[in-house]
Design a protein around this ligand. Sequence first.
Ligand code: CTP
Ligand code: CA
Length: 226
Amino acid sequence: ECLLIKDKPLAGIKVVVTAGPTQEDIDPVRFITNHSSGKMGYALARAARNLGAEVTLITGPTSLRKPVFMTIIEVRTADEMFQEVSGLKDQYDILIKSAAVSDYRASFVNPHKLKKQSQQTTLDLVMNKDILLAMGKEKKDSQVICGFAMETENLEENATKKLLGKNADLIVANQLNEEFAGFKGDTNVVTLIQRDGIVKLNKMSKEALGYEIMEQLLKILIKKRG
Ligand code: CTP
Ligand code: CA
C-alpha cells in the first residue's frame, strides 16, 4: 500500500493518534472498559504514515498487530493516556483522538480482590480528565485537532457541541445504532463535522476512511497555515 503513494503530502508533519479503549482498575483482577477495537485509530495511523507523516500511536490495549515505522506508546488508563498526549502537546501538528476514553474511574482501587458480600452493592466513580478538552484549550493556531463522537441519538447536534466545546477542528461522528458502523467491524458510517459544514459519508472501510479523514485534516492544516 505504501508504494502506491508516490507523493508524500504529509512529509514533515507530526501526527499523534490515540486509539483503542482504556482500562480503569477496580481491584487487581477487574477493570472498567468499553467495546473499542482500536481498528479506526490504527487505520488512521497507517494512513498518516503512508502519506509521509511522522506518526506516534498512543494505544490502549487492543488485539491488533502493532504497525511498523511509527512510534508506539502503550497505555492502559485514561490518566496514562492524558500524560502521554500532553507530553507531546508542543510537538504535534495534528492530534487525532480516536481512543474511546473511559469517562470515569473507580474512586478507590482496592489493593486486594473484592469479595462478594451483600446482594446489592455500588461502585463509586470519579470523572477522568477530558484529554481532548484539555488539548483543545491549549491548542496553538498552527495545530489541528480531530475528535470522535459516539452517539446513539441527535448525532449532528451532539457532535457539533463537542466540536465547539472542545475547540476541535473536526469531529468524526458515529451513529452507534447504524448497521456496519461503530466499534467492532471493518467498516464505518460517519459524518464529518467541521466549522464550515457537515459532510455525511457513505459506508466505507475503516482503511479508506483513514485516508479520507487524513485528507480533510491536511486541508484544514493548509488553510490555517496559509
Ligand atoms: N475524550 C477524551 N477524554 C475523555 C473523554 C473523551 O479525550 N476523558 C475524547 C474522545 O477521545 C473523543 C471525544 O472526546 O475524541 C468525544 O468522546 P465522547 O465519549 O463521544 O464524548 P464525551 O465528551 O466523553 O461526552 P459523552 O460521553 O457524555 O457523550
Ligand atoms: Ca465519553
